[in-house]
Structure formats: structure tokens, C-alpha cells
Design a protein. Sequence first.
Length: 223
Amino acid sequence: MKKRILIACSMQMDLIRYVIKKYEMDIPVIWMDRRLHNDVENLHCMIQKQINENQDAEEILLSYGLCGNAVLGLYSAETKLILPAFDDCICQMLYREREGIISNCGIPEKGCYYLTREWTTDRESIVSQCEQIYRQYGKEDGKQMIHQIYHGYHSLVILETGAYDIEKIKDYAKKAAEYTGLRVKTQIGSCKIMEKLLQGNYDETIYIFQKRDKVYFPTGLRS
């Protein structure tokens, strides 16, 4: 059996652990801090560092999509690099198949702010941000600032993938809605892309780069 490792964003931890447990997989995971996304160049460098340090694998899997171009130019000298053909993790979770027919290609709805359990616990989450604004600027000025930040959104969307308990997310979303004025709704999501990646069921939704080939995303990216 091929030796495979996964380099993954910690914001996908619930999803990845769910899939690994469901299929009783034995695959090492290197968790990367979500905050690396705040500096795309640094994120690129840190992923490349992990790739370089794990050249004894035969396949290195990345949970990342394009992620603000952070993965572009990554390469592995002695292994394959394999990653989802999607813009980001939300797009991956929006992808659904029904009876072999693609019913949602991973396209987010404009004006929707998607929520997973990890996003509700992040230090830069909506509620944490709004609470900080209230503390710093007071309720009246704070409301105006929050409106400016979120006026381009109309909904908070809880993604129901089966990887976590959405009841706790509903409580969080209700509180976030009180701050932002956005309506809350739930949408069925999917673990399908992560299942394909971790099981090695590679198709057109997964990109495979041979050793020494630099990662690029051709036109037709699922965003």
C-alpha cells in the first residue's frame, strides 16, 4: 500500500476526522494553523516546508483548494501532490452528487456567509469580532461599524455535512444574527470531496501533480 500523508488546514478538522473514522483509515495528518490564511505568502511557504520534510511519502495530499492562490507553485521533488480542484474548503463542502449526477458543483451563493463548527470557535469569528467592536466603540457606533462590515451579506448559512452537531452552531448563528441583522438558514453540505481525496478515488474533482510538477489551477476551477 502506498504511503500517503495529508497536510490539512485545522479549519477542516471536524470533516477530516469524521471521514477518517468513518472509513477506519490510517493516514498521518499534519495540521496547519488556520491563521496562516491571513498571509498567503507565508501559508504557501509553510505548506512547502511540510512538503519538503515529508519526501519519504509516495503521495502527499493537501486538503487545501486554491485558497487565495496560496497553493500555486507548490511542488514535490519526489512525490505526487494531490489536492481538491476547488477554490476553498467551503466550495468543497458545497459539492454534492445525486445518483451519479452533479447537483451542486461547489458554487457559493452570493451574499451568504457560510458557517461550520470551526468557524464558530475561531478567534476571528463573527461573534468574537462584534463583541470586540462593542467593547472598543460602544453599542451605537459599534452597530454602524458592523453594518458596514456585513452589509454585503443577506444570510448566515449553517452547512450541515454530518461531521458535527449543528445544534450548537444554531445557537451561535442566532447570536451572530442579533449582531449583524442577517437571517439564518441551514443548507445540506457534503463530505464527498474529502472522502474522494482520502480514499484515493481521484476523478475530475481532484488534481494530481506528478513529482517536480508545480501546482497550477487550469480554467474551469470549481469556485
